[in-house]
Each structure stands twice: as structure tokens, then as C-alpha cells.
Write a protein that binds this ligand. Structure first.
Ligand SMILES: C[S@@+](CC[C@H](N)C(=O)[O-])C[C@H]1O[C@@H](n2cnc3c(N)ncnc32)[C@H](O)[C@@H]1O
Length: 359
């Protein structure tokens, strides 16, 4: 049993079963033993791979998107170029490289990374050694001023509560233990997380339905929208998930690219849940304008991924050209990341529609 599993076991023995959200937050973010706190989980030798690690074109197109929106903003001489959960810093490095010809952009950008993991902060420092970077603990800690903010596969890593409809009403799924390991159980009564269900789901979901709500994600989406409302700018949230709030159990564990039992290896497997884009949109209500969500495939095609891939392939060896083509396919094909992954734009009212979302 891992050190973190022992700590969780002790906590449950002392304080009773914990919510799935507390279990997920501890498994991913415990200061010493949390999954993200002591490893670089990306790539073939890691647990999973993300879009910027699949193809440099992903970050490059995001960089070009940022320049286009910066111009729509009237080329402010200072703004915050923010990334939430930047992983190895690959997306930001590719984005900054793609903006090098855009006069004034790099000088105007204060690059601010919001990252909790010390190991990944160190990786970002190495990847972005050529750039001046500041690290922040939260969106609220980003310096004042307009923002262009990117969050790729960030919201899926934030804790979700799981609620189950029983014949007696909604109950919360908890993590307890039975002597042989961790076990799911239900709360005796309704819990405050129930208030975050839409009224359709709260009243209409059949018995045995499982629904997920994510107060941590809603709070961050609201903080992003507050900043956009007060100082101007725009954000892109890219993740896998669903466009409309729906019932469904999506919490999953992945280790070495294989699904795992969620309760088996806390701290040693990645835990994620699909993002409810409609709920994030509702959290921004009255503060900003929404664009999308649309599929990642459509978004990248609108930004010109085919032309960018062609240009890159012109200077590549034949095996590099094959890698470029297979990376692009992975990013945009409907049977790969093109539809499951979605892009939501959040913009100050004067910046809508944002580039990439079609007409
Ligand atoms: C799945 S990785 C995505 C990395 C990167 N965006 C990419 O696409 O390769 C999630 C990232 O979010 C960070 N993270 C997770 N929870 C966080 C939190 N509450 N605040 C800041 N960063 C967090 C992780 O350390 C990691 O860098």
C-alpha cells in the first residue's frame, strides 16, 4: 500500500468516509504524495499524452489565435498571457515561437503560469528558459491587466462530487473502507453538492443515475470571467467533455495509458472526469460572452491546421512528414480527439465572436 493510501485510510478511520471530490483532490494534489506533485506523467513512458505533446502545431495555432485576439483588443502594450495547468510548458513554448514574427506581441505579454506542482514548475522553467515567466498559485494572483488565458486539459483534473439518485432522493457517493480496501458508499442524507445539479437533472433523472458536479471548476471559470469583465481579454478552455449538462459517471483512473480502478492506487494513477462545458458557461453568466463549445477538430481546422501542417511537411523528412500527418489526424479526427475534445471561448463583450468558432 502506498504512503498516500495509508494517509487516506487513517483519515477515513478518524473522520469517516470522504466525498469523491476530497478523495480526488487528495490523490492528485496532496502536497507530498499527490499524483501531480512528484512526477512528470506525460508521454509514451508516462501515463497519458496531451495535444501539445502530440504535435507542435497545436500550441503554434493557439499562439496565432492569441495574436489575432490581441489585435482585436487594440494591441495593448501590456497584457497577461496566462496558462492554467501548463504541464511541461510545451504548449506555451510552441505558442511563443509562433508569435515571434508578430511585432510587439512578445514584448507586451507578461507570461503567467498557474501551476501547483513543483516538479512541473521546474519542467516549465526548463522548457521556457528563453522567456521571462511568472508563476501564480491561482487566477486571482495573476497581475492586474487584460488577459489572454489558455487552459488545456486543466479542468478535467479538478475534483468532482458524484451524486446518485436513489428512491429517497439524491445522495452523495463517498469513499469509505471495509478492511480489504477502499469502497464506494452513499451519504445518509442529501449533501450541499446537490444544489449544483440543474433543475432538469435534479427532478428528471431516473433512479440509479449518477451525476457529477465540480464546484472547484465553476469557481475558477467564474474567476476567469470576473477578470475578463474587469480588465478585458479572452480565454480558451479545451478539454474532453460534454456540451450540455447530463447524467453519467465519467470519473476515471489511468496509469501507463491503461484504465485503472479509481480506488486502487491513489497518488499513483491519474484521475480525471469529463468537463461539463454548459456548467462552466453558466458560471460566467452576465460577465462575459461565450463562443462555442465546438469540437477541437472544427476549431483547429478553422485556425488553418491543414495549411500549417503542409508548410511544416515541406521542410520535413518523409518519416517526419508521416509523424506530422498522424499527429494532425489524432488532433482533429472525429474518432480521435476531434469531437470528444471541445473548445469553449470566454470573451469580453467587445471581442465576440472569437476566431476559430466559425461564423
Ligand atoms: C493533464 S495536465 C495538462 C497539462 C498541459 N496543459 C497539457 O496539455 O499538456 C494538468 C495540469 O494541471 C496542473 N494542475 C492540476 N490541478 C491544478 C490546480 N488546482 N491548480 C493549478 N494547476 C493544476 C497539473 O499539475 C498539470 O500541469
Amino acid at each position: 500500500m502506498s504512503e498516500l493510501a495509508r494517509l487516506i485510510e487513517r483519515q477515513i478511520a478518524t473522520a469517516g468516509p470522504m466525498t469523491v471530490a476530497d478523495y480526488m483532490a487528495t490523490a492528485l494534489g496532496h502536497p507530498q504524495h499527490g499524483y501531480y506533485m512528484n512526477r512528470d506523467p506525460f508521454g509514451r513512458d508516462g501515463d497519458f499524452i496531451t495535444a501539445p505533446e502530440i504535435s507542435q502545431i497545436f500550441g503554434e495555432l493557439i499562439g496565432i489565435w492569441c495574436v489575432a485576439v490581441w489585435r482585436m483588443m487594440g494591441v495593448p502594450s501590456r497584457f497577461n498571457l496566462v496558462e492554467l495547468g501548463p504541464g511541461r510548458g510545451t504548449l506555451m513554448a510552441d505558442a511563443l515561437r509562433a508569435t515571434s514574427q508578430s511585432q510587439g506581441f512578445r514584448q507586451a505579454a507578461n507570461v503567467a503560469l498557474v501551476e501547483t506542482s513543483p516538479v512541473l514548475r521546474a519542467a516549465q522553467k526548463r522548457t521556457l528558459a528563453a522567456h521571462e515567466i511568472v508563476w501564480c498559485d491561482s487566477v486571482d494572483a495573476v497581475p492586474d491587466g487584460p488577459v489572454l488565458l489558455i487552459a488545456n486539459e486543466f479542468f478535467d483534473a479538478l475534483p468532482v462530487h458524484q451524486l446518485v439518485r436513489t428512491v429517497d432522493g439524491w445522495r452523495e457517493r463517498l469513499v469509505g473502507q471495509d478492511g480489504t480496501g477502499f469502497r464506494f458508499m452513499l451519504s445518509a442524507d442529501a449533501t450541499p453538492a446537490t444544489a449544483l445539479l440543474t433543475s432538469d437533472i435534479r427532478t428528471g433523472a431516473p433512479v440509479d443515475s449518477v451525476a457529477e458536479v465540480q464546484p472547484a471548476g465553476l469557481a475558477i471559470a467564474a474567476a476567469v470571467a470576473d477578470r475578463i469583465k474587469s480588465d478585458g481579454g479572452a480565454a480558451l478552455i479545451i478539454d474532453y467533455g460534454y456540451a450540455e449538462s447530463a447524467v453519467g459517471e465519467t470519473l476515471q483512473a489511468v496509469r501507463q495509458h491503461e484504465p485503472q480502478d479509481v480506488l486502487l492506487m491513489p497518488g499513483d494513477a491519474d484521475l480525471t472526469a469529463h468537463v461539463d462545458f454548459a456548467a462552466l458557461g453558466r458560471a460566467t453568466a452576465g460577465k462575459a460572452t461565450l463562443c462555442g463549445p465546438c469540437g477541437q477538430g472544427a476549431f483547429l481546422q478553422n485556425l488553418g491546421i491543414a495549411i500549417r501542417a503542409e508548410r511544416l511537411a515541406e521542410q520535413a523528412t518523409s518519416s517526419q512528414a508521416e509523424d506530422i500527418a498522424s499527429g494532425v489526424r489524432r488532433l482533429i479526427a472525429d474518432d480521435e480527439m476531434g469531437s470528444l475534445f471541445k473548445v469553449l471561448g470566454i470573451a469580453s463583450h467587445d471581442l465576440s465572436p472569437l476566431p476559430g468558432f466559425g461564423s
